[in-house]
Design a protein around this ligand. Structure first.
Ligand code: ATP
Ligand code: ATP
Ligand code: MG
Ligand code: MG
Ligand code: MG
Ligand code: MG
Length: 252
C-alpha cells in the first residue's frame, strides 16, 4: 500500500540535523541584503542615505514582527535587520532553520510587496534576496553588546559615507579622489573635514542615519468586544458583554 511505501522511505527524515536553539538564550536572526551595493546603484538610491529604502526596510521588519510571535525587539540599518526572539520562545520548537527562513522569506516578500509604497512608479528591476543567520546570546549584557555593535557599525559607516559623498557631491572630488582623501583618517579627522570645509556639524545629521531604527512593541489598552453566553438564571439566552483587555500595538 502507499502507507507501507511511505514508511519504507521515511527513514530519510533522520538525515535532518537537529538545530534546536539552546534554551534560555535570546535568539537573534540577522538579515542582510544580497549585493545591495549594486541593488542601490541600479535603483538610484540617493547617497549616502536613501530614506525610501530605509523606510521600506522598516516596513518589511514590521511585517516580520506582526507575523511571527515572540520577537521583542528589532534593529535595522543600511540593508540589514536584526530580530530578537524572547528567551522563553518555543516558536517552531526553537529550530534555527525554521526561525531564520521564516524571518527571511517574510521580510523578502514584504520588501517586494511594499516596494510601491516607498518608490512609487519607479520599478523594482529584479527580485532582491536576503541572507540570514542565527546567533544565540545567553545574557542581557551579551544582547545589549550585540545591539551596540550593530549600532556602532551604523555610526562608523554613516560617518564615512557622509564625508565621502560630501567630498564628491559638494567638494567636486571624484570617488577615487574622495577615497584617497579619507585613507587613514580617524573619526575626529572626518568630523573636522565636514566642519571646516563644508560647515557641516555631524552631530546635527538625522538620528535615523546616525543610529539606525529600533522597533519595539508598545503595550496599549484596546477595547475588545466579545460576545459570550452567561449562565442566566432569569432564563432566556441573553448574550453580549464588552470588556477592556490589554492588546499590543507596534510602535516605531
Ligand atoms: P553582501 O551581499 O555581501 O551583503 P552588499 O553589496 O549588500 O554585499 P553590504 O556590506 O551589505 O554589501 O552593504 C550594503 C550596501 O547597500 C551599502 O554599502 C550601500 O551601498 C547600499 N545601501 C543599503 N541601504 C542603503 C540606503 N538606504 N541608502 C543608500 N545606500 C544603501
Ligand atoms: P505549515 O505552515 O505547517 O507548513 P500548511 O498549512 O502550509 O502549514 P502543509 O502541510 O505545508 O501545511 O500543506 C500545505 C497545504 O496547502 C496543503 O495541505 C493544501 O491544503 C494547500 N496547497 C498547497 N498547494 C496547493 C495547490 N497547488 N493546490 C491546492 N492546495 C494547495
Ligand atoms: Mg555583507
Ligand atoms: Mg548586504
Ligand atoms: Mg549590509
Ligand atoms: Mg506549509
Amino acid at each position: 500500500s502507499t502507507n507501507m511505501a511511505k514508511s519504507k522511505f521515511e527513514y530519510v527524515r533522520n538525515f535532518e540535523a537537529d538545530d534546536t536553539c539552546l534554551r534560555n538564550c535570546y535568539i537573534v536572526v540577522r538579515l542582510d541584503g544580497r549585493n545591495f551595493h549594486k541593488f542601490a546603484e541600479q535603483h538610484k538610491f540617493t547617497k549616502p542615505n536613501d530614506d525610501r529604502a530605509l523606510g521600506l526596510m522598516t516596513r518589511s521588519a514590521r511585517s516580520v514582527m506582526g507575523e511571527l510571535e515572540d520577537i521583542i525587539i528589532a534593529y535595522g540599518q543600511s540593508d540589514e535587520f536584526s530580530f530578537v526572539f524572547k528567551r522563553t520562545s518555543t516558536l517552531f520548537k526553537r529550530r534555527a532553520s525554521k526561525l531564520m527562513t521564516h524571518v527571511a522569506s517574510q521580510f523578502s516578500s514584504s520588501y517586494v510587496f511594499y516596494w510601491k509604497d516607498f518608490f512609487g512608479e519607479q520599478p523594482l528591476l529584479y527580485p532582491p534576496g536576503f541572507d540570514g543567520r542565527v546567533v544565540l546570546y545567553p545574557s542581557n549584557r551579551n544582547l545589549r553588546d550585540y545591539l551596540s555593535w550593530r549600532q556602532a557599525d551604523c555610526h562608523i559607516n554613516n560617518l564615512y559615507n557622509t564625508v565621502f559623498w560630501t567630498l564628491v557631491q559638494k567638494g567636486g572630488l571624484t570617488t577615487v579622489q574622495a577615497e584617497d582623501r579619507l585613507k587613514g583618517t580617524l573619526a575626529a579627522d572626518k568630523n573636522e573635514i565636514l566642519f571646516s570645509d563644508f560647515d557641516i556639524n555631524y552631530n546635527n545629521e538625522p538620528a535615523l542615519h546616525k543610529k539606525g531604527t529600533t522597533l519595539i512593541w508598545e503595550k496599549r489598552d484596546e477595547t475588545v468586544t466579545k460576545r459570550m453566553k452567561r449562565p442566566d438564571w432569569r432564563g432566556g439566552g441573553r448574550a453580549c458583554d464588552s470588556q477592556q483587555e490589554d492588546g499590543a500595538g507596534l510602535s516605531l
